[in-house]
Design a protein around this ligand. Structure first.
Ligand SMILES: Nc1ncnc2c1ncn2[C@@H]1O[C@H](COP(=O)(O)OP(=O)(O)OP(=O)(O)O)[C@@H](O)[C@H]1O
Length: 821
């Protein structure tokens, strides 16, 4: 077969998926062909231990690919290495070669493997154990390890598989019991390291510094090997995460089949309406079900990634329903990936998909990592998975060497997805985003330094590794609070109790709220105090490991949320009202009548009710809630616009009367003197010409869309950030739009927004203009969590505001500094 014929298969599957759709409703906005890549294999490096080569050959690996050999040899030479290549490119082998060789050669050498989830750790342990290399005594040490096995692991294992949570609570906190292990610690493997972002990533960065310090105390200085999905500038990220220089290996030598990538926007439905009568699109999950069914009819082995577990089940059910009308037996070949995530279940699923017994599987991102499924005929992504890294990780499950495949990205009703299906370059030509983390966040540094000092007294020269001046300020506070003591030789822990149990590394700290099943008394999980009103308010649908619960009661005093098992046919979205005040402006850029700022803010928020929605997007009702106000000290990026720039130009003021947000977009977005003829939008020197009555709705809509688009630049989820807009803010004295981090102290998201203000706001404008709805819908300016019921919202006004801001940014360049008027 020649290349053309091969890529024809992806096209053929796409034709099948779109068969019968009338031209007026044709959903595909773009199709791209990604070429095949041949394998680049090399000889085994001569330092790799004989038994390791033999075991790998026996497992079907004849020779390493070039990137595997290169990364492994660098590690062998003692370099810290980050390997950042595509899905199923064999990253595991890159660390297995040096680690296993060292364990074979040196009886006393040890290694640590860290993965973000227990399931992935179990999978990797299984892969290593199945090689059956005598001298490698690999074992897991996590929450599931029985007490009686733990002593054996501490005393005998030479490769310990664990996760950051256990390293924090169960290993570093009692390092003396691990002295044998630490003394010869030669390697630390940090798998799927791109998932360490935001607050969690900041905690892990400091945890790895604690690990290095403890290892050094026992005389070891391990080599770090990091494996990452493809990401921009992996070396910078890995160095920030580990605090040491890391050499990147990014040239992918694994083979890959050709892929056809189609971007797909479901149609607006005429028969349903959402909030304030806005139109809604057919849900991405329902669309994915249709596509999956068509692919299965074609005999294609396909995986559909759906955002929630319930969504995955509905998609599988939808596909089965369609198929049962064609052929009952075909319906049986579609399944939802069930939770539990046990290694055996994953293996069974892999085998069923490989053998063709199963043709279609709908899954959450549980199958994104740690599953050895590759070479499928098609992958459907129902909704953008949040980052390009995840996008390509999921898409990478399709296409094996020598055979072509199809990838379909189905947009959800959301501004980011709308933007992406209309701007293919943002998916196809953009480097994968760098993961963002901020280890200098004082809310993360405080508890982490406390743990570090409880582990071993901290000396002055060690402060640099924890961030230098920012760490020093936090240490002074801890001394003041009498949590630690300052002596000439350093900082000391004062209490007999360890702080570790109190420090949650996946959240923002503070007393956690326990989520408990009322009937059984079983604790399901914990929620940050800051997000409790939001995540577990009375009536909320709470998902835990794929099972659904409804919250009966939230008691913030006792730190308890009581729930019962229930799987209703709706989801809930809380409504909150938010107020913000500026505590400190760190940076301010002035561009004529527009300023762009970065700094610290205090956000007070109150959840005032919640909406119940069907998976179709239809709103069932709104229930009011009476919950206390919460306050959050965090970071924000904000822009202000002068009254002159916002206002109507001479003669026009007031003449048009009060225009409401129900007018069509065309006059602003696509024509007239102010229309953005370039991608950037915004002609210089013009104002927004908004009647004052329209300003609140215009700013509000611009804020919602900007929150929706920031994840394109800051690797956050839109739920990790919030925003406030106001026609007049008392701290700025002008119309202001704020977008703030949702975690105490921030996680670097606002900083990214500030750094990328022009592309971010240009993309925001494009997302709004790309949506064909007349006056605002969830695909552009409506927000699922708006406390004001998405009212007022002025879609056309938002475009005018963004054009004005972008025009000013272009025309006036930047004047930086404090207090520049
Ligand atoms: N050099 C090789 N030759 C042939 N097969 C290989 C080679 N290296 C790895 N493999 C196989 O490729 C598959 C994927 O490997 P692995 O899971 O390590 O990839 P990965 O990059 O870690 O994947 P993911 O993107 O899912 O994290 C495995 O089945 C593995 O056995």
């Amino acid at each position: 077969m020649d290349g053309t014929v091969r890529s024809g298969k992806g096209r053929r599957l796409l034709d099948r998926a779109t068969a019968g759709i009338p031209a007026s409703l044709y959903p595909v906005t773009h199709v791209a062909e990604l070429p095949a890549r041949p394998a680049d294999s090399v000889d085994w490096p001569d330092w790799v231990a004989g038994p390791v080569v033999e075991a790998l050959k026996a497992n079907g690996v004849e020779a390493p690919w070039r990137h595997q050999a290169e990364a492994a040899s660098l590690v062998r030479e003692g370099e810290h290495v980050v390997i950042s290549t595509g899905t199923a490119s064999g990253k595991s082998l890159a660390y297995q070669l040096p680690v296993l060789s060292a364990l074979v050669e040196d009886e006393r050498a040890t290694a640590l493997y860290l993965s973000p989830t227990k399931a992935l750790g179990a999978d990797q342990l299984r892969a290593v154990s199945s090689l059956d290399i005598k001298k490698a005594r690999a074992a897991s040490f996590d929450g599931d390890t029985p007490m009686e096995e733990r002593d054996w692991v501490r005393a005998h294992a030479n490769w310990v598989f664990t996760n950051p949570d256990m390293l924090h609570r169960g290993i570093l906190s009692s390092h003396a019991r691990w002295s044998r292990f630490f003394r010869r610690l030669s390697f630390v493997v940090v798998d799927e390291c791109h998932s360490y972002r935001g607050v969690f990533g900041s905690h892990v960065a400091l945890l790895l510094r604690r690990l290095r310090r403890v290892a050094a105390y026992y005389g070891a200085s391990p080599v770090f090997v990091l494996a990452s999905a493809t990401t921009a500038d992996p070396a910078a990220f890995a160095s920030k995460l580990t605090g040491q220089d890391c050499v990147p290996v990014t040239e992918d030598g694994s083979p890959r089949g050709a892929r056809t990538v189609a971007l797909w926007e479901p149609p607006l439905l005429s028969e349903l309406s959402g909030e304030n009568g806005a139109p809604v699109r057919r849900s991405a999950g329902a669309e994915a079900a249709r596509i999956l069914a068509e692919l299965v009819i074609e005999g294609a082995r396909s995986l559909a990634f759906v955002r929630s577990r319930r969504g995955a089940e509905l998609t599988a059910l939808g596909a089965r329903r369609i198929l049962s009308e064609v052929d009952g037996a075909l319906a049986e070949s579609v399944a939802a990936y069930r939770s539990g995530y046990l290694p055996e279940e994953r293996r069974a699923l892999e085998a069923a998909l490989l053998s063709g017994r199963l043709l279609g599987v709908a899954t959450t991102n549980a199958l994104e990592l740690g599953v050895d499924i590759a070479g499928l005929d098609a992958v459907v992504l129902a909704g953008y998975p949040g980052t390009l890294a995840s996008f390509w990780q999921q898409a990478g499950r399709a296409g094996r060497a020598g055979d072509a495949a199809l990838v379909v990205f189905v947009a959800r009703d959301d501004p980011l997805d709308t933007y992406l299906v209309h701007h293919p370059a943002a998916i196809l030509d953009r480097p994968v985003e760098a993961a963002v983390l901020d280890p200098s966040n004082p809310y993360v540094l405080g508890p982490q330094l406390a743990c570090a000092i409880a582990e071993l007294p901290l000396t002055e020269p060690e402060v640099a590794a924890f961030g230098g001046d920012s760490a020093r300020a936090v240490l002074a506070d801890l001394v003041k609070e009498k949590i630690i003591r300052r002596r000439t030789s350093g900082w000391y822990w004062t209490s007999r109790d360890r702080p570790h149990a109190e420090v949650g590394i996946r959240g923002s700290g503070g007393e956690q709220i326990a989520v408990v099943e009322a009937d059984s008394g079983r604790m399901l999980g914990t929620v940050d105090p800051g997000s409790a009103c939001y995540a577990v308010h009375p009536g909320a649908v709470y998902l835990h490991q794929g099972s659904s619960y409804v919250v009966d009661e939230l008691d913030l005093e006792t730190g308890l949320a009581l729930v019962h098992a229930e799987d209703p046919d709706w989801t809930t979205s809380p409504r909150e009202i938010v107020d913000i005040s500026v505590l400190r402006t760190e940076e301010k850029r002035v561009h004529g009548g527009v300023t762009v700022n970065l700094g610290e803010v205090s956000v007070s928020s109150q959840v005032v009710g919640y909406l119940r929605r069907r998976p179709s997007g239809e709103v069932l009702d709104q229930t009011p809630l009476d919950l206390p106000e919460q306050s959050l000290h965090t970071r924000a990026v904000w822009y202000t616009i002068s009254a002159e720039l916002l206002g109507a130009s001479d003669g026009a003021a007031g003449t048009g009367g009060h225009r409401t947000g129900t007018e069509a977009l065309e006059p602003v977005g696509t024509g007239g003197s102010r229309a953005g003829t370039e991608e950037l939008g915004g002609a210089p020197g013009t104002g927004a010409e908004l009647d004052p009555a329209r300003v609140p709705g215009a700013l509000h809509a611009a804020e919602h869309a900007a929150i929706g688009l920031l994840p394109l630049f800051a690797t956050c989820d839109r739920w990790d950030i919030g925003g406030v807009s106001t026609a007049w803010h008392e701290d700025t004295g002008e119309a202001t739009v704020f977008v703030h981090d949702g975690h105490p102290g921030g996680a670097g998201f606002a900083d990214r927004g500030f750094a990328a203000i022009v592309p971010w706001l240009a993309a925001t404008r494009e997302a709004i203009v790309s949506c064909e709805c007349p006056a605002g819908c969830p695909s552009c300016v409506q927000s699922p969590k708006c406390g004001n019921g998405n009212d007022p919202l002025d879609k056309a006004g938002a475009v005018a505001v963004l054009d004005t801001v972008l025009g000013a940014l272009r025309q006036h360049g930047s004047v930086s500094g404090h207090g520049v008027a």
